[in-house]
Design a protein around this ligand. Structure first.
Ligand code: PTT
Ligand code: SF4
Length: 612
């Protein structure tokens, strides 16, 4: 099959049998799902049996790229990692900027699907059509930085390496996958899935050129686009601070999660903010193919390098009451080494601090204590003592404590909420609540728009904005698969992406066409969740924790603010209506049929009573 833009091949790898089979997939799969998240959702829906245990042999781990990944285009070095999540029990994925994305595509594939479990720890080497299963006994037990360094000395600086640290090996439910000493992804436990398969690392090496439908147009567009990025007025400041500029902004607007999301301002915000970071900064790092590299590297309190982003610093800073940036950086560094998602980590530690303060756990875990927190992180990675309990994620810890603890366990669908407090942000609360993987900001980062346009409203315009962003960000960018930050942060125009797609694939797709594809993937992922949860699925799955409704902010300009439950429920029902879902939040048969997902509707009928 001749395809342009896409390679047209998936590689299935069975670790137990040590077998690899490359298959051509139908062109209509590419046209219907584009790539990345779209491919991952389709593969996981089709290939894993419903209701399997996520850490069993039966789960599959997908590495998926899109039709723009790895072309010489701005910020095109991203990769989606996906599986059924051990943290949430639903669809889980994450996005990593890594050379592995480039090498996977150059090796001739669009997705690699890893199944079953290796008998002993292995490194998977994928070099074009050759696949090797290498003994990883010398790497098992090493952290992610040490692992990658060893592999890189063998396979060279251009190889694409993904690996897990000790957290993934020990099946911590929010272990993620690490690359290039500071790129990490797969929040809902993709690292644990990798560990459950005895897979320590994957090395990708490719030697093929990608084939574009219009190579000359592609080359010229790429050059123009890279130049265009440099002309954007916010480029210079972005290079200085990247996502770190958001700390001060969040504090000023009372959305900076502080002490387990009890407040939205932090008295030491400046000390952990972008301008403080600039004073310590030693270099910029970034993903491949990018000319707006945003990874800010500083030397931490142990004089080790640590790459900072907003979420890392808010969750391991203000949310646990720590106001010293070098110490925050040290916690971030160990999280990267162990391969622990910093968002879930800061969330679950903040929860433990509050539980300790309230006398609900016997261990003394205090706000803002650096050394003790560092030791606790180590205990989580090695599953020791309290760490072993926290390693299960905040929902599970709250269940164990019982009583009222769930009211301030800050998760939605068992995924710890990322770094925006929503006491006074109903649209952002809705975005978290309806995100494809649980409470993550990836799909609809609506907060900056909401702060500009008004916090109080629960109106239709907010529902529309959340859906619009879910389509563009969670749908199109995750499937193309390229970084969304040129568009969000610099205002690099969306029209570029339809031109890129045309040059790569030859297809004339409009943004309406792309949004339609995004809706198909979004609904398929929703169906995946429903198939898993069946009749246990209710609108409560799409509702934020009680704290935001019941415990108002006590400090700052928005003192007294909290969400209104009745208005939230009305907004949620409006959202369901616009999505074509029933009052429980389940896509109706008619909606799935419109999207060409008739088979999905048929399956849901088996798992949900009174399905229409
Ligand atoms: C993402 C989530 C984020 S979102 C951050 S910081 W951010 C945290 N980063 C972690 C980290 O670092 N180390 C660690 N051990 N855990 C971490 N967990 C957190 O993971 C990241 C950038 C950023 S920085 C963002 S917003 C954008 N995300 C994109 C996305 O999701 N899709 C896309 N098409 N483009 C994106 N561009 C930006 O990429 P998850 P990265 Mg990440 C160290 O992983 O699971 O998706 O959760 O990938 O390569 O590090 O780039 O203020
Ligand atoms: Fe990676 Fe940042 Fe560049 Fe996006 S802007 S590709 S996150 S370095």
């Amino acid at each position: 099959m001749l395809m342009f833009g896409w390679n047209g091949k998936f590689l299935h790898i069975n670790l137990g049998k040590e077998k690899a089979v490359a298959t051509e997939y139908e062109a209509k799969i590419a046209r219907r799902f584009l790539g990345g998240r779209g491919f991952a959702a389709k593969i996981l829906w089709d290939e894993i049996k419903p209701r399997i245990a996520p850490l069993s042999r039966e789960n599959k781990l997908v590495f998926a790229a899109g039709p723009l990944t790895a072309f010489a285009l701005p910020s095109s070095g991203k990769l989606v990692v996906a599986a059924k999540s051990p943290l949430t029990g639903g669809y889980g994925d994450g996005n990593i900027g890594t050379l592995a994305s480039v090498q996977l595509r150059k090796a001739g594939y669009d997705a690699v699907i890893v199944e079953d479990k290796a008998e002993k720890p292995v490194v998977l080497l994928i070099q074009d059509q050759i696949v090797e299963f290498l003994d990883a006994k010398d790497l098992w037990g090493l952290n992610s930085f040490e692992t990658e360094k060893k592999l890189r000395t063998i396979y060279g600086p251009a190889s694409g390496i993904l690996c897990i640290g000790q957290a993934g090996e020990n099946l911590v439910k929010f272990a993620n996958i690490v690359s290039q000493e500071g790129r990490a992804g797969g929040r809902p436990g993709m690292g644990a899935v990798m560990g459950s398969k005895n897979l320590k690392a994957v090395v990708f090496i490719g030697s093929n050129e990608l084939s574009a439908a219009y190579p000359k147009e592609m080359k010229e567009l790429g050059l123009d686009a890279y130049r265009e990025v440099l002309t954007k007025p916010s480029y210079a400041f972005w290079k200085r601070q990247g996502t770190m500029m958001t700390i001060e902004w969040s504090h000023e607007n009372s959305v900076l999660p502080t002490c387990n999301y009890s407040e939205g301002i932090f008295e030491k915000a400046e000390a952990i903010g972008g301008f403080t970071m600039e004073k310590f900064k030693v270099s910029n790092r970034g993903c491949p193919q990018c000319n707006m590299t945003c990874g800010n590297v500083i030397k931490d309190s142990n004089r080790k390098e640590s790459e900072l982003d907003y979420e890392n610093v808010a969750m391991l800073g203000s949310n646990i009451g720590l106001g010293n940036l070098k110490q925050v950086a040290a916690l971030n560094r160990v999280a990267d080494e162990f391969g622990l998602d910093t968002i879930s980590l800061g969330n679950v530690i903040g929860f433990a601090m509050e539980a300790s303060e309230k006398g609900l756990i016997k261990e003394k875990v205090q706000w803002g204590k650096f050394k003790e927190t560092k030791a606790l992180i180590e205990d989580i990675a090695y599953r020791r003592g309290l760490g072993n309990i926290l390693a299960e994620g905040v929902h599970s810890v709250a269940e164990k404590i019982g009583g009222d603890a769930h009211r301030w366990a800050m998760h939605i669908k068992c995924l710890e909420i990322s770094a925006y407090d929503c006491h006074a942000a109903p649209a952002m609360a809705l975005a978290y609540a309806t995100s494809s993987i649980g409470a993550h900001h990836k799909d609809a980062w609506v907060i900056s728009w909401e702060v500009k346009t008004g916090r109080e409203s629960y109106g239709e315009e907010k529902v529309d904005k959340v859906i619009e962003l879910q389509r563009i960000r969670g749908g199109v960018f995750e499937s193309l698969t390229v970084c969304r930050l040129p568009w969000i942060e610099l205002g690099f125009e969306l029209e570029w992406y339809t031109k890129f797609l045309h040059a790569a694939t030859g297809l004339e797709l409009t943004w309406d066409n792309l949004n339609w594809i995004a809706d198909r993937t979004f609904n398929l992922i929703r169906a995946f969740w429903i198939r898993e949860y069946g009749d246990n699925w209710t609108k409560n799955m799409d509702t934020p924790p009680a704290r935001w409704f019941e415990e108002p902010l006590t400090k700052g300009p928005l003192k007294g603010a909290k969400l209104d439950r009745t208005k939230y429920d009305v907004m949620l029902q409006k959202y369901y209506h616009k999505r074509g879902w029933d009052e429980r939040g389940i896509p109706t048969k008619a909606t799935l049929q419109k999207l060409g997902l008739e088979d999905v509707a048929k399956q849901l009928q088996k798992y949900v009573k009174l399905y229409e």
